[in-house]
Design a protein around this ligand. Structure first.
Ligand SMILES: CC(C)(COP(=O)(O)OP(=O)(O)OC[C@H]1O[C@@H](n2cnc3c(N)ncnc32)[C@H](O)[C@@H]1OP(=O)(O)O)[C@@H](O)C(=O)NCCC(=O)NCCS
Length: 181
C-alpha cells in the first residue's frame, strides 16, 4: 500500500506526482510568504523546491508511507510526508508539513497533520510519530501542539538545534489505577 488518499473537511491529501511540481512552485511563490526560514530548503525558491519534490518522487512505497499534496478545492496548497528515517528508525515515523503563503492562517496545516497522524497511528500502526521543528517556528509549533504532539527534547539538524516533537498512538484501553493496599 502506498500512502492512500486521505480526506478532511476542507482538504484532499493524495500522493505527490510529477505534475504537482509546478503547482506547488506556484503555491509557495505566493504573496505573503516569509521565505520559509525554518525549513532545510527555501520553499519560495522555485529551483530548490523543484529539486526537493523531484527527490521525493523517486519513492515507490508499499508500507503506507510517502509524500503527499494537500489540495483545497482541487488546488495544490501544500505538501507533507510520513516517512521512516534513521534518527529514530521504524516503527517510529517522521512527519513534515508545509502550506503555501496564500493558504496560511486558516487551520489547513493543522487539519492535514491531524489526518496524517490518524493514518500513521490507526492504519500504519506507528507507536510514535516525530517531527523536528526549529524553536523559533511558532506557527509550526502551534500546529504540532494542536495536533497532539508533545515537545520531548532536542536534536541536531544541519548544524542547528531543533526541537523533537512526538505524537504517541492513543491508547485504546483505560490506564490501570494504582491501588494502595
Ligand atoms: C508552519 C505552517 C505549515 C503553518 O501552516 P498554517 O496552515 O498557517 O497553520 P494553521 O493555520 O493550521 O495553524 C497555525 C497556528 O500558528 C499560529 N501562528 C501563526 N503565526 C504565529 C506567530 N508568529 N506566533 C505564534 N503563533 C502563530 C496561528 O494562530 C495558528 O494557531 P491557532 O490555530 O491556535 O490560532 C506554515 O506556516 C508553513 O508552511 N511554513 C513554512 C514551512 C514550515 O515551516 N514547515 C514546518 C517545518 S517544521
Amino acid at each position: 500500500m502506498s500512502l492512500p488518499v486521505l480526506r478532511t473537511d476542507r482538504l484532499v491529501l493524495r500522493p505527490l506526482t510529477a505534475g504537482d511540481e509546478e503547482r506547488l512552485v506556484t503555491a509557495f511563490a505566493g504573496e505573503g510568504l516569509d521565505g520559509s526560514p525554518y525549513t532545510s530548503v527555501d520553499l519560495a525558491d522555485p529551483e530548490a523546491l523543484r529539486a526537493l519534490l523531484t527527490m521525493n518522487l523517486v519513492e515507490q512505497r508499499t508500507d503506507g508511507l510517502g509524500h503527499c499534496v494537500f489540495e483545497v478545492d482541487g488546488v495544490a496548497a501544500g505538501f507533507g510526508h510520513l516517512s521512516a528515517f534513521r534518527q529514530f528508525p521504524p516503527p517510529f515515523l517522521s512527519m513534515g508539513w508545509a502550506i503555501g503563503g496564500g493558504y496560511r492562517g486558516k487551520g489547513l496545516a493543522t487539519e492535514a497533520v491531524q489526518a496524517l497522524l490518524q493514518h500513521a497511528h490507526d492504519t500504519v500502526g506507528a507507536p510514535a510519530v516525530w517531527a523536528l521543528i526549529h524553536p523559533d517556528n511558532l506557527p509550526s509549533k502551534r500546529v504540532a501542539e494542536r495536533a497532539g504532539f508533545v515537545n520531548v527534547g532536542w536534536q541536531e539538524k544541519l548544524g542547528q538545534s531543533v526541537e523533537v516533537h512526538v505524537s504517541l498512538r492513543p491508547s485504546r484501553t483505560q490506564p490501570r489505577r494504582l491501588v494502595r493496599t
